[in-house]
Structure formats: C-alpha cells, structure tokens
Design a protein around this ligand. Structure first.
Ligand SMILES: NC(=O)c1ccc[n+]([C@@H]2O[C@H](COP(=O)([O-])OP(=O)(O)OC[C@H]3O[C@@H](n4cnc5c(N)ncnc54)[C@H](O)[C@@H]3O)[C@@H](O)[C@H]2O)c1
Length: 398
C-alpha cells in the first residue's frame, strides 16, 4: 500500500480541473478516482466517542441533531460547551432523554486543558469537532480579547489535550470548524479555493485563521490527525437572533426596523446549515488528514437582495404585505473593514468526498422562516437572557 505522501505526489495537480464551477460540470479525473480509492483504504476512523465542542451553539446543535439521526453513526456524543450568551441547551431539550446513553452534556471551557483532558479520558474520546468559538464579527470589533482567548487559546488547549491523549496512527481525528472569512475579501471576480492564502481582516477572522494555522502546525509537527473545514455564511434553525437572517425575520415579525449595513451590496455565499453539517460528517468519514475543505452554498447574494427575498417569504408565510415589510429597511453606518465579497470554490469536497448541496437559497430560507415563526418561545428565550438564568440555576452548583 503506497503512503499518503506517495499518493499525493503521484497524482499531478494538473490532472485536476483548476477552477471547477462549484456545482455543475465537475470533472472527476482518473487521477482523482485513484487517489480517493487508495486513500479511503487508508482511513480507518473510530468515530465512536465524539467530543463536540460548542455543541450548544447554532451549528453545533444542528450537527448533533443530524448525527444522532444518522444511521451510519452508532457511537456517543459528548457535548462540551461553556454556555456563553450564544450557547443554549434549550436547543436540545428532547435529546438527552431520546438518546439516553448516547448523548452527554458537560459545561466546560475549552481553554481549560486539564478539564478537557479529563473528559477525553473519562469518555475515551476518539474524535474532536471544534465548533466552540466567539463567532460574531461585530462583537470582535468591540471586544477582541474574548476572540483571542476562545478562538486561538481555546483551540490550542484542545490540540494540546488531544496530543497528550492520543497515540499516532490509531484512527483518531481532530476536526477544526472554520470560516471562509480567513481568506479575506474579493473583488467582483474569482473564488477562494483551499489553496488561497489566508488574509483575514477582522479580529474574528484573524483569530479563526490563527486557530487553523495552529491545527495545521500540530499535524505537521506532531502528526496529530487534523482536518479543517472552511464554510461560508450559514443560516437555519437555532441561530442566535443577533445574526443577519434571524434578526431580519424576527424584526419583520415584530414590524421593527431592518438595519442594513452601508449600501447592502456586500456579497456573501449562503449555505443552509444542514448542508454544512453533512459536509463535516463526510470529512470525518473520508477526509484526508492535514487537508482543508471548503463548504459553501455556491449561492452568492448581496445582503440587500437576501433581505428582499426574506420579505417575500415572510409575507407569503404570514399574509403580511411584502411592500410594508420592505419599507422597514433602514441603512445604517457600515461595519469598519467590512469585507465586500466572499465566494467559495467547493470543487474539492464535491470531487473527493461526493458532497452535494441539497438546499437552494429559496428552499433553505423558506424552511428557516417557518422555523422562526413556529419557535417564537425559543427566540424570546434566547433574547431575554432567560436561558442564562436557567443555566445558572441548573449548572451553577455542579
Ligand atoms: N455561523 C456561521 O455562519 C459560520 C460560518 C463559518 C464558520 N463558522 C464557525 O462555526 C463554529 C460554530 O459557529 P456558530 O454559528 O454555531 O457559533 P455560535 O456562536 O452560535 O456558537 C458557539 C458556541 O461555542 C460556545 N463557546 C464559546 N466559547 C466557548 C468556550 N471558551 N468553551 C466552550 N464553549 C464555548 C458557545 O457557548 C456556543 O454554544 C464557529 O467556530 C464559527 O467560527 C460559523
């Protein structure tokens, strides 16, 4: 069996299409097929006892729900979350009972290496998926130190705990969940591929870029089995109401102003969260150690056009007049250093792992609008800080 490095060298880069369209006309070359076949034979992941950090946040909650309903996964999930303002165990109220013996929640800070090490030992953790982060760009501008703490030091702490716990070559995996924002901003043309240089421009993206680089360094220096995914803007159920999509939906429902930064012509690539978490699962199963994978929706939209579409969908769902909702839009001062355009080339995960997006923007947003309408108690709870009091009561003395 040839080694991974030999396989990598044997398949010249020029055999692969350089800039494939993200979703159509992907060409799988003979080289790609050979590379995948041989590499998959090399991968024997355990995936029995998975530690999900930040599993009480938006994407973590969706990942856990998705994985527990995945028939290919019969193992245990240990959700480790510090329950910051963005973490909400009330997003998973049914899960502990429904999946008794397979799902565990522990309130812990990823910066606490000893505690993480102890949890890894107690549960025989063989896989870590690091979602835990300070994730809101606006907050990073006001208070960057939390971002350096959790996103950089927290990732370092997890990597250290994994390095101390795991022996090489035993099917372990550390997966770092990252963002397309590490690549910086684009003009009107082009897309970011996994080979694009990192050029972060906000404290948030700089902290995520640093964490990715640390993860890569642990792969190269210590042979720690690491994979990374860089995803574009997610939307869907359980997203904290301060982010663009839920903020707009909830404000429309309450007839509050819809604040848009600057001219609203910032272009973002949107992905429905379920498509993202399915991509992460494929990487856990088949992703190649030391490699990064872009996961994007392939749907570029100006923020203002996205809000117009949301006005239409909320109007359709509630019977409101679309024009009245549009009149709620106000333009506010732009965010400093606001990146103009992101665009992802996701050819690699499509070609190599067989990932496909299942949601169009309209389908995903329609599902999201309906979820927020049907779950106003969750939104009120998240916004009122009620869940923080609940957490204090429940976890304060543990
Ligand atoms: N939301 C997006 O559009 C998006 C896009 C690309 C990548 N990402 C990345 O995906 C990950 C998850 O994003 P999200 O939107 O679910 O974020 P989120 O803010 O909703 O959730 C983050 C979770 O991490 C927890 N957390 C924060 N600090 C912690 C600490 N020190 N120890 C333990 N837990 C801690 C929070 O309590 C929360 O539950 C992040 O790493 C983010 O950078 C997000």
């Amino acid at each position: 069996m040839p080694s991974l490095e030999i396989i990598k060298r044997r398949i010249p880069l020029q055999n692969r299409p350089l800039h494939p369209a993200p979703y159509r006309g992907i060409i799988i070359t003979a080289g790609d097929n050979l590379r995948l076949k041989e590499m998959n034979l090399n991968i024997k992941r355990r995936l029995h006892n998975i530690m999900v950090t930040g599993g009480a946040g938006f994407i973590g909650v969706n990942f856990i729900r998705n994985l527990l309903s995945n028939r290919k996964f019969s193992g245990r999930i240990v959700n480790v979350d510090a329950l910051t303002y963005a973490g909400n165990t009330m997003s998973l109220p049914d899960v502990p009972e429904k999946h008794e013996g397979r799902y565990f929640f522990l309130k812990a800070d990823i910066c606490d290496t000893e505690r993480i090490y102890g949890i890894m030992k107690d549960f025989g953790i063989d896989t870590i998926i690091n979602f835990a982060a300070q994730s809101h760009v606006d907050r990073s501008i006001i208070n960057p130190s939390d971002f350096v703490g959790t996103n950089i030091f927290g990732t370092f702490s997890l990597l250290e705990a994994a390095r101390k716990s795991w022996k090489p070559g035993r099917g372990y995996l550390f997966h770092q969940v990252s963002t397309d924002e590490v690549y910086g901003t684009l003009g009107s043309e082009g897309s970011f591929s996994e080979a694009s240089p990192y050029s972060p421009r906000s404290p948030y993206s700089a902290s995520k870029a640093s964490a990715d680089l640390l993860a890569k360094a642990y792969y190269h220096t210590y042979g720690l089995p690491v994979t990374i995914s860089n995803s574009s803007n997610n939307y869907g159920p359980y997203q904290f109401p301060e982010k663009l999509v839920p903020l707009m939906i909830n404000n429309m429902l309450e007839r509050k102003p819809l604040p848009i930064y600057g001219d609203g012509k910032q272009v973002r690539d949107w992905i429905y969260v379920e498509d993202h978490v399915r991509g992460i699962w494929l990487i856990l199963e088949k992703g190649i150690e030391g490699e990064s994978y872009n996961i994007g929706g392939g749907i570029e939209h100006e923020n203002i056009r996205l809000v117009h579409l949301l006005c239409r969908l909320v109007a359709e769902e509630t019977g409101a007049v679309e024009k009245d909702l549009r009149e709620l839009i106000i333009h506010v001062k732009d965010r400093p250093g606001h990146d103009r355009r992101y665009s992802m080339d996701c050819g690699k995960i499509i070609r190599e792992l067989g990932w496909q997006r299942m949601y169009t923007l309209k389908k995903g947003l329609a599902k999201t609008v309906k979820w927020y309408i049907d779950n106003t108690p969750w939104v009120e709870n998240a916004r009122s800080g009620e869940y923080l009091r609940w957490v204090d009561e429940n976890y304060g003395n543990r």
